[in-house]
Design a protein around this ligand. Sequence first.
Ligand code: ARG
Length: 460
Amino acid sequence: MEKMWSGRFSASASNLLDQFNASIMYDRKLYREDIEGSLAHAQMLAKQGILTQDEFKQIQDGLAQVKKEIESGEFEWKISDEDLHMGIEKRLTQIIGDTGKKLHTARSRNDQVAVDFRRYVLRKNLEIAELLKLLMQEIVIVADKHTDTLLPGMTHLQHAQPINFGFHLGAYLSMFKRDIERFESSYKRNNISPLGCAALAGTPHNIDREYSAGFLGFDSVSVNCLDTVSDRDFALEILFNISTMMMHISRLSEELVLWSSYEFGFVELSDEYSTGSSIMPQKKNPDVPELLRGKTGRVYGALIGLLTVMKGLPLAYNKDTQEDKEGVFDSVETAEISLEILKEAIKTMQVKPQNMNLACKVGHLSATDLADYLVEKCNIPFREAHFITGKAVAKSEELGIDLSEIELKYLKEIDERISEDVLDCLVLENSMNARQSQGGTATQRTKEQLDYFKKYLEEK
Ligand code: ARG
């Protein structure tokens, strides 16, 4: 099979090389970007008088035909064509004849692939940000219902202080909002056209890069051609953005797994989004959050993989770079399905406030409140207050009760400066609502936080 680049070769490529060298079986995903890029390029060549209007028209019609064939499944993707750029150009030339051979004037596959892949990545930054917003909306709905549902706030996975479930979910809303901003800023930073950089050094043809860039929706034109054809920062960025987002998803997933255990019993995932065991008939497994946690690993792999591919490359384009696509495609698909399924799992899960409340009754969650009381009401230095509270905790343990249930007489035995008003501080709900500082868990503060996220989502 004759290659487009075979002019200087006397023997044809081996089948084994074809297999090894080809990207067409996966880069065909970029066919729309490739055809649009070719159209923009041809339009520019026509404006500059490098193509005649008639030649442009032929190319335009021919590309429309190619697109139709691809979308109807008629198009034959051949390993021997190497990549989608050559596959499409070859078919164009079969359809319109020699004019098709003029399309590649003032262009190289190096800037062509940079255009196609960059535009795919840019679009995916925005699409993933959109899916994140939908997920946030679902979380807001659940959080809204639980701004006074108490559960133990933890550090070191040990009971720490009482918080409300809306506040807990608000932490994830904060993470996902930052993720959205990261995707959006990558979009803005990288919306720059590589088209017209040609192989590495620009072109002697009188082209108009601004014109083709505008056609493709780019904000501007890249500054240095040598950089542009070898730069894959935009791909690394989306991999990092997805990795960070998946890390957040994985943390939430870990909590969903814990919460749906008998030990916690804070939520029950719906039957629709749970699975059974092949041997243990009683089981209902949280496969969705487990898989989300697991898939985070493959996304990290893609990020580290591409960083490694790039690290030793001399300027400018090297074929190593062809390894940039599969990891990105896989990570993007993983991100998309993960966001969708997590949204559904959250939407359909049952929250169990009674169990959350019950869990607050162990672990002396209002201990810090007693210490704060001693500081504020009794003017005791915090270190000493901490010590006195420790005694009260020990007493409660001895009595087999939670500190929130201790009687005044025991507290007075420990320190006679304590008076009756202490009991209010020990009530778990009061403890939660006492945390009125900015960003704190008090129901009122939580509602303000949720309003902030709602407003953010509405503005979007
Ligand atoms: N299939 C190649 C890639 O994905 C396209 C660019 C090839 N350029 C070249 N000079 N061989 O990177």
